[in-house]
Design a protein around this ligand. Structure first.
Ligand code: ZN
Length: 281
């Protein structure tokens, strides 16, 4: 079955909260599936912002089903295909197509050092065009507005390819340390290394880090030796390496929250004790 029918089918049949967060330039719905197991943490997962990377939408479907069945904590919003027009172009006309229907690369259209990326271009085309201004496109605008509405604790953006994790965007030291913890959780369960890239800008992850000041991570699935678009026969390996990601992140957030509250109660105990000592002396 084609990826559009698979998403549509899941949308019609899965018994969870579902919504259309916006429409593409050509009017296709951008779907979101929300699976709520508990209030905290709140995460957003996105897929296929780049057209030719639609293998990640197949991964989305499996992660949605799996978290629906076996998730224990957290609220996760899954947007399995941010760029449906582009995916259709990649499937029918140009397999290497990366942009949206207007020739704008959506993942350089966000307001985070917009237009300063090393590979940015300023004419429309199949990839790397930043648009006329940040959020010039309905798809990036929809993702921005949804993210602002949800106010998540973290976002994860799935891309292909390279088997790498990007998690930095000029954070200060304190936030770098915090965000590194979550990138490491992903690295530990996928086996993908955490990589420093210095010359990207205008991405969704960049914007989440810079403007929302939350941890935000890009996961590149599929070996760099493969060519775009990744063939479905590589899907089982991608699924296997990524099957724990959603669970592991929600667990880590809860673990840290628990440690924090345990620490806070220990501190208040200490304070109480020293106050007592003062009283006695
Ligand atoms: Zn990409």
């Amino acid at each position: 079955m084609c990826i559009f029918s698979l998403i549509q089918d899941l949308y019609n049949n899965l018994n969870c909260q579902k919504q259309v967060v916006g429409k593409s330039f050509l009017g296709k719905p951008i779907y979101c599936f929300t699976i709520k197991k508990s209030e905290y943490p709140v995460l957003i997962f996105t897929y296929s912002i780049h057209a030719r990377e639609y293998i990640t939408s197949y991964l989305a479907i499996e992660q949605i089903k799996s978290f629906y069945k076996k998730g224990k904590m957290g609220t996760v919003h899954f947007i399995p295909m941010v760029n449906p027009d582009g995916v259709e172009i990649a499937l029918t006309k140009n397999p290497l197509y990366k942009a949206n229907a207007r020739g704008v690369d959506l993942n350089v259209n966000f307001d985070a050092n917009w237009g300063t990326g090393k590979q940015n271009v300023f004419v429309k085309g199949e990839q790397n065009y930043v648009g006329t201004h940040p959020f010039s496109e309905p798809e990036s605008l929809a993702l921005r507005d949804f993210t602002l509405k949800i106010n998540p604790d973290m976002t994860v953006s799935y891309h292909s390819k390279g088997e790498e994790i990007y998690w930095e965007f000029f954070q200060d030291k304190k936030r770098l340390k915090r965000d590194c913890v979550f990138a490491k959780v992903i690295s530990d369960c996928t086996g993908y290394p955490m990589v420093r890239i210095k010359d990207s800008a205008g991405g969704y992850k960049d914007w989440c880090v810079q403007k929302l000041k939350i941890p935000a991570v890009t996961i590149e699935v599929g070996s760099d030796l493969l060519s775009h678009p990744l063939d479905q026969r590589h899907l089982p390996e991608i699924l296997a390496k990524n099957q724990r990601v959603v669970f592991a992140l929600t667990e880590k957030f809860n673990e840290l929250l628990y440690e924090k509250s345990a620490c806070a109660s220990k501190n208040s105990l200490k304070k109480g004790r020293s106050a007592n000592r003062r009283d006695n002396s």
